[in-house]
Design a binder for this molecule. Structure first.
Ligand SMILES: [Zn+2]
Length: 435
């Protein structure tokens, strides 16, 4: 029998960062959406519903990871402690040229999905090559996803002739548009230093034509300006603005090295910004001035980036680091308070990705839900939701529902065979000298 409704009882609700926690609540999911919730005195009778006892559990919106290269789980720990340029050019690009194929992308993306689900993430924005396989792996995992086919102006995995890189993206978009409610295909131009102005404009035109998000790495490293091909402006952001690439559907990833004029241009354009603080720290890229942009009401999202530059996909860790790095550079403990950080990983990311019915617990919103086991030493006592940022951890995640389907129940992954996946990834890792 297909279960179409789920009733969770006796649970503590965290609906959104601006609302107080509510204890002794019930919540009903019908089909793929949240139907209603309320106090236990008014719990409805729902014969046929799957029942979850929420005693000692906290129910929150599933976390959204707005930037990842999922298949890079294969390269986790392969080249640590290196600066971005050396890490990318001497290690990651060669490793990708030698090891990325359809099989690798499928299994390594699925491994990333397992790590994300087990740590409470229900939606991911991915950007890589062989993105058909990434999209299939994410679909098979049970996650919701915004997979984006990567574009560079040199031979890439699956696209040996760079003159066909835009055609490859169009084929991907056509394959996945309207295929499944959980998959929103998109365009990912790697960066202005790997894509010419002509390529960037063609990629953006394709995103506009299909009305899908356009992602790009930008202003990640202080050396980036000097390596941009044919600079059109005096900064990486002004380069994109001069090419007319900035609008509501553009997602700017990193934005570490901006000046005041860049921030004004971004705000004026309506583009979203996704910060990956742990990757910025590990590659010594710098600390993005997130608190300034958030105060300016620029939409700020949060992502992990790929496993090779983080190396964790736990969004609870990412929130903690985001909050603390903002206090560090401002020398102001009130900068980027926990509630603002919680918004980045939930409703801000939903808005930036164009997924308006995600990121909050509210009637009519998609049933993408994470349940935490509060019987954990690191979560006791639990006075308010700030603890999710400062002492939260994916290790407390017990149950995950995505699109109204239970994907993780009592810490057991139900959507696919994780042991099979890890066996396949170990086989792929063996030639790289990994265990
Ligand atoms: Zn990235």
């Amino acid at each position: 029998m297909t279960i179409t409704s789920i009733l969770i009882s006796n649970v503590t609700l965290f609906t959104d960062p601006d609302s107080p926690l509510a204890t002794n609540q019930w919540l009903l999911c019908e089909g793929d959406s949240i139907h209603s919730f309320g106090s236990m005195e008014s719990i409805p009778d729902c014969p046929g519903a799957a029942c979850i006892d929420g005693t000692d559990k906290l129910l929150m919106p599933g976390l959204i990871n707005a930037h990842n290269h999922c298949a890079m789980t294969l390269f986790r720990g392969l080249a640590d402690d290196l600066e971005l340029g050396e890490w990318l050019n001497k290690h990651i690009f060669p490793a990708e040229a030698a090891n990325v194929n359809k099989e690798m992308v499928y299994w390594c993306t699925k491994l990333a999905a397992a790590e994300m689900i087990l740590s409470g993430t229900t939606t991911v924005a991915d950007g890589y090559f062989y993105e058909d396989q990434a999209a299939q792996a994410l679909l098979d995992s049970g996650m919701r996803a915004v997979p984006a086919q990567g574009i560079v102006d040199f031979p890439a995995p699956g696209v040996p002739d760079p003159s066909t890189n835009i055609d490859a993206v169009e084929t991907f978009l056509t394959n996945w548009k309207n295929k499944d409610d959980r998959i929103t295909p998109a365009v990912f131009a790697h960066s202005p230093y790997t894509c010419s102005p002509k390529t960037l404009q063609a990629a953006k035109a394709l995103a506009v034509k299909h009305q899908v998000p356009f992602f790009i790495h930008i202003a990640e490293n202080r050396h980036e300006q000097s390596i941009i091909v044919e600079p059109q402006g005096t900064s990486p952001i002004r380069h994109l603005a001069a090419l007319d690439l900035l609008d509501n559907d553009t997602v700017l990833i990193h934005c570490v090295w901006l000046d005041d004029e860049d921030r004004e241009i971004i705000k004026e354009s309506g583009a979203g910004v996704v910060i990956c603080p742990q990757s910025h720290l590990k590659l010594a890229s710098g600390i993005a001035r997130t608190s300034i942009m958030d105060t300016m009401k620029i939409p700020i999202g949060l992502g992990t980036d790929g496993s090779a530059s983080n190396n964790s996909l736990d969004m609870f860790c990412e929130m903690d680091i985001l909050a603390k790095t903002q206090k560090l550079w401002t020398l102001d403990a009130t900068a980027m308070p926990a509630k603002r950080v919680l918004a980045t990983a939930t409703k801000n990311n939903a808005k930036i990705l164009g997924l308006s019915m995600l990121g909050e617990i509210a009637p009519g919103f998609k049933a993408d839900i994470t349940l935490l086991d509060m019987n954990q030493p690191h979560l006791q006592p639990f006075y308010n939701s700030d603890a999710l940022v400062y002492s939260g951890s994916g290790a407390a995640v017990e149950t995950v529902i995505i699109n109204g389907r239970i994907i993780l129940r009592d810490c057991e992954l139900l959507s696919f065979d994780l042991n099979e996946c890890m066996t396949e990834v170990r086989k792929l890792a063996a030639p790289l000298g990994l265990l």
